[in-house]
Design a protein around this ligand. Structure first.
Ligand code: ADP
Ligand code: MG
Length: 705
């Protein structure tokens, strides 16, 4: 048996209680324990100086506790420990106050007289320098100068495990790691595929107890590569599963596409033409298309989608467009009608709110159904002889009756459709061509990770003749200045979005809400000129509000992020985003894409009351660049991948090496390794059958064979 498989309960230096605590977080074996990587390191050969002022980044300080008391009362009770620098304040203030709120047990951990190491961000409050909730470690009195685990070296800091303190966990891992060296011949922790040519055990030890921060980085990179390899193996597996299906051959006939092209008042951009060519090639091939159309807001994805859907229809197949929200579905519906009705194409809108009334609304193209009471099933069958475009929300996915003759599905993704949903399409038993559109440009490394199973078409060129957008960040501006600016734009005949982070006031978040602001804006601009839209409105209410704004009946629209995607009102040239620090960068970029759609100069004003340097730094990225890819990179750096993608669907939540996610080279390497594996053993049944264990079936398309 490999040493790595040893159960921790069999390790003599661990108490029963300790192995229980570890088991509670899923750490059962030696291998599990050594895979619990440090979340960060502290260089305890050289501590930070006690600062004189607040710090933007955490500091690591050491000193003696000169006073420790419980303070405050009721809800704001906290425990406070004052730490004095060993050098008596020769450098800097020499004194830091540490506070823990609602953690009464801290009084049992830290007391006057202790020597401690504290880690955290320093803030200034009431003339004092304070770290709230620092990570703290007590240095034992008998700590030997030669002690090499906890002091005078680079020390690993682990994610806390309930029942075992940081120090003890470090000791346990150190002991087990040392045992590991002794069992080196026994191949302690195998990985089923050699991803690197360094020794895995030494990389593992270096990850826990590195001799330098650089060597820790190098060692961690190896394990990041293992993780990315596993991810890519799954991605390529899935891609192969998909491509193994027989697809339809569509797109031979291009009459409609040509008619559409000639009806456009503008020429398509080269990027649009290139993408359409790539799509035609996919559709004509007997393999099912599985393609990502990636392009910034306003790059013209909708027109590429339109063209592809016309190709499907020309071949006699239905085409469906799935949008993440109802507003977006409706927006698409209007766009499609505008461009395609002149060509005599059938378009059906299918959302929760449009189960019945679609017929009435689009009576021109669906006159046969105008008086009919049938639900959508019969609506579809009536038209089965005639190919059509179905537009709807993702609810479409769960309605197999709509998919009788589906040739093409366009998914307007906005990060809300995942692998699972795509797999769902295959489960339906049909195998349409799939085109996924994503409006948020994501870094290349993430594209390969999340969309690695797709071919990519890139719209890297904006249509000409769009108005310029000026973005400005304003800290604590005067309301009068804002109101005057809005009034001036409205007087010019333009329209404005006034965006707020919340629908209603909330106790927990200190920010003005859309509902409160709506009343104020009505007073400022005249009640009849202002509309209000947010996610809590009923679908038909939302639609009415949008209609009023689109037609220019209302001049200003107080909104939450429901307008983030798809809304297209070229006359709106002003967007004011309140409490901008509460939004993500990519989110603001999306919002900003709502303006600059007409020929007028546009303004995006970001308002914030925040004094936090991080917030200002974050928001100023938007002032500097309008390049979605740059913004996505910055967002990724500042927030990490989980936040950006929504952990649930990204499959990245369990990535231990999020810090490597922007490392395109590393991910390329992982992809190449995975490709190689499948080249020699496509089904993982021969030389690489051991890798079958790494394939997560739950994500793979079901009913494949
Ligand atoms: P996206 O979906 O990528 O955000 P859209 O397809 O909605 O972009 O296009 C954004 C705007 O640009 C629309 O108003 C559309 O009419 C216009 N547009 C699209 N392609 C072109 C083009 N080639 N030339 C001029 N305008 C275009
Ligand atoms: Mg669009």
């Amino acid at each position: 048996m490999f040493y790595g498989q040893t159960d921790l309960s069999e390790i003599p230096s661990l108490s029963g209680k300790e192995s229980q605590s570890l088991l509670a977080v899923g750490i059962q074996t030696v291998a599990n324990l050594l895979n619990h990587f440090p979340k960060r390191y502290e260089d305890r050969r050289q501590f930070d100086r006690f600062p004189n002022q607040a710090t933007a980044k955490p500091v690591c300080l050491t000193g003696g506790v000169i006073d420790a008391t419980t303070k405050g009362f009721g809800k704001t009770r906290f425990y406070e420990a004052i730490i004095m620098d060993g050098d008596g304040g020769v450098f800097g203030s020499g004194k830091i106050t540490c506070r823990w709120f609602n953690m009464p047990f801290m009084s049992k951990v830290v007391a006057a007289g202790h020597q401690v190491i504290a880690y955290g961000k320093v803030k200034e409050q009431g003339g004092r320098l304070i770290i709230d909730h620092p990570e703290i470690e007590i240095i034992r009195e008998d700590e030997d100068e030669t002690e090499t685990i906890h002091l005078n070296r680079i020390v690993p800091i682990y994610k806390n495990i309930s029942g075992i303190n940081q120090r003890r966990l470090r000791e346990i891992i150190h002991t087990v790691a040392a045992d590991c060296i002794r069992h080196a011949d026994d191949n302690p922790l195998p990985f089923p595929y050699p991803v690197a040519n360094t020794n895995r055990t030494s990389d593992l030890l270096e990850t826990h107890f590195p001799i330098s921060l650089e060597s820790a980085h190098t060692a961690r990179r190896r394990f990041a590569l293992e993780d990315f390899f596993t991810l890519q193996l799954n991605v390529v597996w899935q891609r192969n599963q998909y491509l193994a299906h027989q697809g339809r051959i569509l797109g031979k006939k291009t009459t409609l596409l040509k008619a559409f092209y000639h009806s456009l008042p503008f020429d398509l951009t080269n990027a649009q033409k290139r993408s359409i060519k790539e799509i035609i090639a996919d559709m004509r091939s007997p393999r099912p298309m599985n393609r990502l159309l990636q392009g910034d807001v306003g790059s013209g994805k909708t027109f590429v989608a339109l063209a592809s859907m016309l190709l499907a229809i020309d071949s006699g197949a239905d085409a469906a467009l799935m949008a993440p929200t109802q507003i977006l579905a409706e927006q698409h519906y209007l766009t499609f009608r505008k461009w395609l009705e002149p060509l005599g194409i059938n378009i059906v809108l299918r959302t929760a709110a449009h189960k019945k009334d679609t017929q009435a609304e689009s009576s021109t193209d669906l006159s046969a159904e105008a008086s009919a009471k049938e639900d959508h099933c019969s609506l579809i069958t009536r038209h089965s002889s005639e190919a059509k475009i179905i537009i709807g929300t993702h609810a479409l996915l769960y309605d197999p009756t709509l998919f009788t003759d589906l040739g093409l599905v366009v998914i307007d993704e906005q990060h809300k459709f995942g692998v699972v949903q795509r797999a769902k399409l295959i489960e339906q038993g049909t195998l349409p061509d799939v085109l996924v559109m994503t409006a948020t440009p994501i870094p290349r490394s993430l594209t390969m990770t999340i969309y690695g199973d797709l071919d990519v078409s890139l719209l890297d060129e904006k249509p000409a003749g769009r108005g310029k957008i000026i973005t400005a960040l304003r800290n604590k501006p005067k309301q009068k200045d804002i109101t005057d600016f809005v009034k001036a734009q409205l007087k010019e005949g333009r329209q404005a979005y006034l965006v707020y982070p919340l629908v209603e006031e909330s106790d927990s978040v200190k920010a003005e809400s859309a509902i409160t602001a709506f009343a104020k804006w009505q007073k400022r601009l005249g009640a009849e000129n202002v509309g209000l839209i947010h996610g809590k409105l009923r679908p038909e209410e939302k639609e009415a509000v949008m209609d009023d704004f689109r037609s220019g009946k209302t001049k200003a629209l107080v909104a939450t992020t429901v307008i983030e995607v798809g809304v297209d009102v070229p006359n709106a040239n002003l967007m004011i985003i309140h409490h901008a620090e509460r939004f993500g960068l990519a989110q603001i970029h999306q919002l900003r894409g709502r303006i600059g759609r007409g020929e007028h100069k546009s303004y995006c004003i970001l308002l914030t009351d925040s004094k936090l340097p991080e917030s200002i730094e974050k928001l100023s990225v938007l002032e500097k660049t309008a390049d979605g890819f740059e913004i996505a990179e910055a967002d990724l750096r500042l927030r990490g991948p989980g936040d950006i993608l929504g952990t649930a669907q990204s499959g990245l939540s369990d990535l231990r090496f999020a810090d490597f996610i922007t490392d395109t080279e590393l991910i390329r390497e992982a992809r190449a390794l995975a490709d190689n594996v499948f080249k020699t053993d496509p089904d993982l049944t021969a030389s690489h059958s051991n890798l079958r264990l790494l394939i997560r079936e739950s994500d793979a398309p079901q009913g494949a064979h």
